[in-house]
Design a protein around this ligand. Structure first.
Ligand code: GA4
Length: 332
């Protein structure tokens, strides 16, 4: 038996074997938000991949650059300063631990609520004292622009699915009680990896996002991988000027499985830092999550039991990252 050793610094992390290097996948659908065919292409990509890249998105590059600079400034603060903004319970600064059920990754992050009225004043004050990020308008400007784009994507999706009214999905994110959140991730470089041939380090373990949709943007460092229908993992070529849209579990249910939530993960890099920012658009906590009637054909049944977003979220937060969370809500 061959016993593989790993550097002590990586003792508590997951290293996975990569049999052959996963080359950049060239098949990621690219959708131009201004394309008259966008609605049809969005449906097709969400059915096939649960994922696509969005160009001509209308989010000013200046907002993106400003927030990225603020994020880098925050992550460069001394550890003791960053820790003052933690732990992420559920909002705040976190490092290595993801969620509260034992998952770890080569990552540090900030989790924020996108509805300030629900964020506790205590958390907000700690943030404000500790980082320019929360004193400047960078986060707000960015989130406002990204939300607007997400609403448009969901409205085009409704058009493409021929469901009415066209705001049937976007209204859930537009709602002032929408339970959405925002995440800034920093995956530091891991030089020890260079000595480990054939193995790679998990930055953020495989999972699906529980919400309706997620809108991700990263710097020019690779690392993001998605799992295709045939279970193969492929690397998503980074593109710092575009956004990547993920279908979440709630949207899978609302479309009765027609669109699928995409399993994805992030691998650490030995030399380059990866910075990503993700808006997770979720419904209000009291919202009933069930297939939209017009998407359940005659004679067909809902594949899922009915549940509220609160019930799903509570159950998701008790799960491990890689768990198949929808399993508990499927009709047997
Ligand atoms: C995945 C999507 C979002 O990043 C997140 C994550 C959350 C967390 O980091 O606390 C979870 C994860 C995410 C799903 C299962 C639970 C909860 C970690 C975890 C093990 C903020 C979210 O909403 O769900």
């Amino acid at each position: 038996m061959v016993v593989l050793s790993q550097p002590a610094a990586l003792d508590h992390y997951s290293l996975i074997k990569t049999c052959k290097p996963t080359s950049a996948f060239t098949g990621i659908p690219v959708i131009d938000l201004r394309d008259p065919e966008a609605k049809t292409l969005i449906v097709k990509s969400c059915e096939e991949f649960g994922f696509f890249k969005l160009v001509n998105h209308g989010v000013p590059m200046e907002f993106i650059a400003r927030l990225e600079a603020e994020a880098i400034r925050f992550f460069n603060l001394p550890q003791s300063e960053k820790d003052k903004a933690g732990p992420p319970d559920p909002f705040g600064y976190g490092s290595k631990r993801i969620g509260s059920n034992g998952d770890v990754g080569w990552i540090e992050y900030l989790l924020l609520n996108t509805n300030p009225q629900v964020t506790s004043l205590k958390t907000l004050n700690i943030f404000r004292q500790n980082s320019e990020i929360f004193r400047s308008s960078a986060v707000n400007d960015y989130i406002t622009a990204v939300k607007r784009m997400a609403f448009e994507v969901l409205e085009l999706l409704a058009d493409g699915l021929k469901i009415e009214p066209r705001n049937v999905l976007s209204r859930l994110l537009r709602d002032e009680k929408s339970d959405s959140c925002f995440r800034l991730n920093h995956y530091p470089p891991c030089p020890e990896l260079q000595a480990l041939s054939g193995r790679t380090l998990i930055g953020f373990g495989e999972h699906t996002d529980p919400q309706i949709i997620s809108v991700l943007r990263s710097n020019n460092t690779s690392g993001l991988q998605i799992c295709l229908r045939d279970e193969t993992w492929v690397s998503v070529p980074p593109d710092q000027t575009s956004f990547f849209i993920n279908v979440g579990d709630a949207l899978q249910v609302m479309t009765n499985g027609r669109l699928r939530s995409v399993r994805h993960r992030v691998l650490a890099d030995s030399l380059r830092s990866r910075v990503s920012m993700i808006y997770f658009g979720g419904p209000p906590l009291s919202e009933k999550i069930r297939p939209l009637p017009s998407l359940v054909a005659e004679g067909e049944e809902s594949l899922y039991k009915e549940f509220t977003w609160w019930e799903y979220k509570t159950s998701a937060y008790k799960s491990r990252l890689a768990d198949y969370r929808l399993g508990l809500f499927e009709k047997t």
